[in-house]
Design a protein around this ligand. Structure first.
Ligand code: HPA
Length: 171
């Protein structure tokens, strides 16, 4: 089981900075793959339920039990390291993305190839380019991550501490 976390830019007003979002699916915008050059037919990895639905349901249940607002949505991978342009963010928004970031997608592809179950949690550190007056800086994303880190860590602790409640993980 692989639990991935990241800092993201939010494309949705209902996910302001500080929000947590369970990743339900992703968009590999650069169309790059860590599986290029892998031998064998298992490189044709199924990505149709890449973010484990049962683990996500569990994480949602834990959030409800602790009265914690945790969203759910689609993460789009932007290669970076520069931030996006407002035009790129409008395009990603039209594609159905809810959060944008520079990680997680290649990790998830590799993990699925290796047969791991994946859970992804995104912390919104800023509104994406063009969606707020504020200029985007790395310092600002770090600052917001600091502010929300403890809440996110507590939540992850609750989720991990109760994994035994997940039916398919019971031995
Ligand atoms: N874009 C890309 N990656 C990010 C952002 C963003 O706005 N915020 C945190 N990581």
């Amino acid at each position: 089981l692989l639990l991935l976390t990241n800092a993201s830019g939010s494309l949705r007003s209902h996910l302001p900075p500080g929000s947590l979002m369970l990743i339900a699916d992703h968009i590999n915008a650069p169309q790059r793959s860590p599986l290029i050059g892998q031998p064998g037919n298992d490189r044709f990895t199924d990505m149709s339920a890449a973010y484990d639905p049962e683990l996500r349901e569990h994480a949602k249940k834990v959030a409800r039990a602790h009265n914690l607002a945790v969203g759910e949505g689609t993460y789009v991978w932007a290669l970076g390291p520069q931030f996006e342009t407002p035009a790129e963010i409008r395009m990603f928004s039209a594609w159905g993305a809810d959060a944008v970031g520079m990680s997680t997608v290649p990790e998830t592809i590799l993990a699925r190839h290796a047969g791991l179950r994946v859970m992804g949690l995104a912390l919104m550190t800023n509104m994406a380019a063009g969606l707020s007056e504020e200029a985007l800086t790395h310092a600002l994303t770090l600052q917001q991550a600091q502010l929300s880190g403890e809440r996110a860590a507590n939540y992850l602790g609750w989720v991990l501490g109760s994994l035994a409640q997940v039916e398919s993980l019971r031995s």
